[in-house]
Design a protein around this ligand. Structure first.
Ligand code: FPP
Length: 224
């Protein structure tokens, strides 16, 4: 049975779900947050140690301001209301991406990271204003500056995920098959599941089915 240490998720389909069910993309994001809560619970149940959620990409800034504001309000309220509870559950929150939001949100993100930094049950990596190409370019630039030898091991030291094992499994919901500038280096050997359901419709049962299948496959990492 394959060990499962790290699941990464591209939570796609909120907008379509919102339009279809409530005639509002933002309603889809609100519903998507419920799925986030369900999946966190199930990840703990499954004893998985790392969960990385792609919440906002560097490309998402192209969206209408109203939607962007809604998303960040949702995130801010989520942290204000839930960080204490997450902390009590021994969950660590880490942000990957560039924290260049409002002062309030930047502070809230940093204080949430600090507060939970010693927690050990589950680490949630929230990818916010994250873009993999930017992360890689930055890492190469810093490695060059350090005059270190160009090697996988040295490059990894400059990635935002330097203390996080690579994902074993990537799930993308929303019936779309692409990586959207997400963890391009780190996903080199991950198993990938493309899920038809939209993120707000995705549930524990779907998640467990994917995990069960992942555990049963043969991973050979280029070997035979
Ligand atoms: C992609 O769906 C989803 C996002 C860009 C945002 C993800 C946000 C959440 C799940 C809720 C907030 C989460 C936290 C942790 C507070 P899309 O809008 O691109 O969907 P579409 O492809 O149907 O348009």
């Amino acid at each position: 049975m394959n060990p499962l240490n790290h699941v990464a998720i591209i939570m796609d389909g909120n907008g379509r779900w919102g339009i279809k069910n409530k005639n509002s993309r933002n309603a889809g994001h609100r519903a998507g947050l419920n799925t986030v809560e369900k999946i966190i619970k199930e990840t703990i149940k499954q004893k998985i140690k790392f969960l990385t959620l792609y919440a906002f990409s560097t490309e998402n800034w192209k969206r209408p301001k109203k939607e962007i504001n809604y998303l960040f309000n949702l995130l801010e309220n989520f942290l204000i209301n839930r960080i204490e509870e997450l902390h009590k559950q021994n969950i660590r929150l880490k942000i990957i991406g560039i924290k260049s939001f409002s002062n309030n949100l930047n502070k809230l993100l940093s204080s949430s990271e600090r507060k939970t930094s010693k927690n050990t049950k589950l680490q949630i990596n929230l990818a916010l204003n994250y873009g993999s190409k930017f992360e890689l370019l930055n890492a190469f630039k810093n490695l060059q500056k350090s005059k270190g030898k160009i090697s996988e091991k040295n490059l990894k030291k400059y990635l935002q995920t330097k203390d996080i094992p690579d994902p074993d499994l990537l799930i993308r919901t929303g019936n779309t098959k692409r990586l959207s500038n997400f963890l391009l280096w780190q996903l080199a050997y991950s198993e990938i599941h493309f899920e038809k359901k939209l993120w707000p419709d995705f549930n524990e049962k779907d998640y467990n089915k994917i995990i069960k299948n992942y555990r049963s496959i043969k991973r050979n990492f280029g070997n035979i």
